[in-house]
Design a protein around this ligand. Structure first.
Ligand code: ANZ
Ligand code: ZN
Length: 818
């Protein structure tokens, strides 16, 4: 009897797929395409289980879509610039490029051992000369389009990484990479004008609601942070100036009883000049200068100081005191707030602390007692606007102010332009030249790409290591030929990951970064798969870049990623597998011990893709045992299956039962592969079929033919998950053709729905779902299916389940109370 030797089978079929170019993706307008993309790895040295899981999910989708007749593009590459290479290079006294390329070679053969269906001819490394050159070309095009500019700005500086960080790379005041505290620094920086697309980036999210997780959409919305409101002008008579505030609540203007400015506000010192408040104000400004943004905006007690000056509320002429407050930030709105303590909790606390008046202007049932009323209501104490509901009043008060020239409607975004200058070596050089005569001049096309010089001292300083290389720095100006200085900063590596998926799809074009024809066929990415940790940074930048490329004419669509799947983490002992926790399971070791198919099967079966996956060896063994059972169905007794030349005749009762099970299984697996990718449920269905087949003993011609049919269907159904064993069994069942070129199996709807009933699920008497279930299930199973159904779950959030009524064979009604 032939044994299951995964160590022989797996490399054999990998070679065989390669030799027929099974995964080569070429434009073919006669077929529908499917672009399946997994986030590209950083070549850190070795593949980890998180990678394996991410790519096993992607591979299952890619292989399934191929079987469904799609022309599938499934590429892989390397996000290869970045600090870890530089740090490793410093530690081992080697070249970051050398370190990176050898990691890539090692990790590539690791991925190949897993049998993923990549078109390796499209492989790219973002540190390659070709990729870097095209990126520099795009940089200059974006610069000429006005989407890149340079300015002196207060930036986030990580003193550990010795580089600037984008706002998105600062998490709670700390560096996203190493968690060290981020300092503020004034530097000349290059910025991508992502704010030019703020509105579009926000509205585009509404077109993605079908394919993206709600959580990611919400995170992006919050990050972009659109606020609709007004700018209102307050006069400061004593210095003949005015201060403009930004507010989202113009309806509360009559309740503005004081004003709070950011300590950095340009008028702060003039307001107290020569007054007895002056010394205190100066001390306060000094103190806040040393506080970071997190402290300033946290829930801790707000601090402030009276400037000594007053402002005039434009709507009622009231004179109100002007304070400085640590919680008001200069970088948002106008850096000035009209304080409405009755209806804003921060202002309320501040008013209590400094004994300032509180005037209610929105009527509430409870009144203003221990806290501000921030809800809706009718205006009071607001002159001619009394009695209006507050939404109407917003518009009415803005109109009124507008007529007086005292205010306008205004929109504010939290999103800031993307600072991309990095003071590090191992990145793509920014292709610009600084000339004292001509200003900033792009490197001319015939001098591109700007290459990284070799043998540079990498130790971090305030400046990029490139600044220490005179041959690199000193150039002649392309415009006036006078002496000039080359830009020495490199680009944020998130620039590379903003367009690698475009480049994958037109790798064959060596003349330009992006080929429009290839884009028109392959884009958009139909399914993107990656970690939720990229919900803001990478996905926002990539969406921005896509829109900018669209405006350069390179692509035709508005959004790059139609569907997004964010896979859960791989855990061991309840904690994320990570080097620092020392709870790593090495994929190589697992592949060695159980084979790639088992590793893939376990990661897909143990948990739905979106949920966390707890690694456990007994689960891996269970997956391995299942493959053993599948193997034995084919090899233990070869007289159980086969096709005879003559017509096999009527099916026995047993055979009819198995036939139904077969078609039900195909139907169930298919349904779980379409759209939602419930691989665990799909695999469970095939396991049930194997169970049913194991004792099957009808060896009449019709029974054998049916058994053969079922075995072949199993090979097809499991091919997306465990492709090597399926390919081998397919051959052992007598086929000369490769399974990789076979279509997905079809089911007969009648056979599949025999013995099935439609279960109606109601919530408080309203029909909320209909589920096809096996007619034989009992009341407890009915109840469980109903309570766990994905269309029902939303109705069970934040409610109490009072009663579940089950009518056998028909209906489940869930009675809930909020
Ligand atoms: C008066 C008011 C009354 C406000 C009220 C709120 C409630 P979002 O939604 O985040 O845009 N604000 C404006 N600029 C600020 C700054 N630079 N630093 C700190 N706070 C600032 O918040 C807008 C609201 O935050 C504005 O509306 C302003 O307070 C405050 F019942 O104005 B409001
Ligand atoms: Zn010049």
């Amino acid at each position: 009897q032939k044994q299951y030797q995964f160590g022989d089978i797996e490399p054999k079929w990998q070679d065989s797929w390669n030799s027929v170019g099974a995964f080569r993706a070429l434009v073919d307008t006669s077929r529908p395409k499917f672009y399946c993309l997994e986030m590209l790895p950083y070549p850190s040295g070795r593949i980890h289980m998180g990678h394996v899981r991410n790519y096993a999910i992607g591979d299952a989708i890619a292989r399934y879509k191929k079987m469904r007749g799609y022309n599938v593009l499934h590429p892989m590459g390397w996000d290869a610039f970045g600090l870890p290479a530089e740090n490793a290079a410093i530690a081992h006294n080697m070249d970051p490029g050398e370190w990176t390329w050898s990691n890539i070679a090692y990790m590539k053969q690791q991925l190949q051992k897993l049998g993923f269906s990549y078109d390796w001819e499209r492989e790219l490394a973002t540190c390659s000369e070709e990729y870097a050159a095209f990126e520099q070309q795009l940089f200059i095009e974006l610069y000429k389009k006005g989407l890149i500019y340079r300015k002196k700005a207060e930036v986030n500086w990580c003193d550990h990484c010795k580089t600037v960080l984008a706002n998105e790379q600062v998490e709670e005041g700390r560096c996203w990479r190493d968690g060290s505290e981020v300092l503020k620094k004034e530097l000349e920086q290059w910025f991508f004008r992502i704010t030019a697309y703020a509105d579009e980036l926000l509205e585009g999210l509404d077109t993605l609601t079908d394919g993206w997780p709600e959580r990611v959409l919400t995170m992006q919305r919050n990050w972009i942070g659109k606020s609709i409101g007004a700018e209102i002008v307050f006069e400061i008579p004593e210095i003949s100036e005015s201060i403009t505030v930004f507010t989202t609540r113009p309806d509360t203007l009559f309740g503005a009883t004081f004003m709070t400015l950011a300590p950095e506000h340009p008028l702060a010192l003039r307001l107290c000049a020569g007054k007895e408040t002056e010394a205190g104000v100066k001390a306060f400004i000094e103190k806040v200068r040393r506080q970071d943004t997190i402290t300033r905006t946290s829930d801790k007690e707000k601090e402030g100081v009276f400037t000594g000056a007053s402002a005039i509320n434009p709507v009622n002429g009231q004179s109100i005191p002007v304070y400085l407050g640590n919680f008001v930030l200069m970088g948002y709105g106008t850096g000035a707030v009209m304080a409405v303590p009755a209806h804003d909790q921060r202002d309320f606390a501040f008013a209590r602390k400094y004994q300032l008046p509180i005037t209610e202007v929105i009527q509430s049932e409870q009144g203003v007692a221990g806290e501000a009323w921030t809800g809706p209501g009718t205006l009071i104490n607001s002159g001619r606007f009394n009695g209006m509901d507050n939404e109407t009043a917003k518009k009415a008060i803005i109109d009124h102010l507008q007529q007086q020239g005292k205010g306008t409607a205004s929109i504010n975004f939290r999103l800031r332009d993307w600072g991309i200058s990095r003071q590090r070596y191992w990145g793509n050089p920014i292709p610009m030249i600084h000339c004292s005569q001509c200003g900033v001049v792009p490197v001319p096309a015939d001098q591109l790409p700007v290459k990284l010089p070799k043998g540079v001292t990498l130790q971090g300083s305030e400046e990029s290591p490139l600044a220490t290389v005179p041959e690199f720095v000193n150039v002649s100006c392309p415009t006036c030929a006078g002496p000039a200085r080359r830009e020495t900063d490199t680009m944020d590596t998130f620039v590379e990951s903003s367009w690698y998926f475009h480049r994958y799809a037109c790798q064959e074009d060596k003349t330009q970064p992006i080929n429009r024809q290839a884009m028109d066929y392959w884009m958009d990415v139909d399914q993107y798969i990656g970690g939720v940790e990229h919900a803001v940074m990478h996905l926002l930048y990539a969406r921005f870049f896509h829109k900018a490329l669209r405006d350069l004419g390179y692509v035709g669509s508005d959004e790059p990623f139609t569907r997004l799947l964010t896979q859960g983490m791989v855990l061991l002992g309840g904690k994320k597998m990570s080097k620092s926790l020392g709870n790593i399971v090495d994929p190589d070791e697992m592949i060695q011990r159980y084979g790639a198919d088992t590793v893939r099967l376990f990661t897909l079966f143990a948990s739905p893709p979106e949920k966390d996956l707890e690694w456990n060896e007994s689960g891996v063994e269970g997956a391995f045992r299942f493959l053993g059972r599948l193997w034995r169905l084919v090899h233990e007794d070869t007289t159980r299956y086969g096709r005879s030349a003559e017509s096999p005749g009527e099916l026995s009762d047993d055979a009819r039962k198995l036939q139904q099970k077969l078609h039900q299984t195909i139907k169930r697996v298919t349904q779980n592969m379409e759209g939602h990718y419930h691989f665990n449920t799909a695999i469970a269905a095939t396991m049930e079929l194997v169970n049913e087949m194991t004792p099957f003993s009808d060896t009449s011609p019709s029974g054998k033919a049916l058994f053969q049919e079922a075995l072949e269907a199993l090979c097809r159904l499991l091919a997306p998950f465990v492709p090597h064993i399926c390919e081998e069994l397919w051959q052992d069942l007598g086929h000369r053709s490769l399974l990789i070129n076979e279509p997905w199996p079809a089911f007969d709807p009648e056979l599949a729905s025999a013995d099935e009933i439609t279960l109606v699920v109601q919530v408080n008497g309203k029909v909320r779902a209909k589920i096809e279930v096996d007619a034989g299930i009992d009341k407890a199973q009915m109840q469980q299916l109903a309570l766990e159904h994905e269309r029902i779950l939303p109705y069970l959030e934040n409610v109490e389940i009072k009663q579940v009524i089950v009518v056998p064979g028909k209906l489940v009604n869930i009675v809930v109370k909020p």
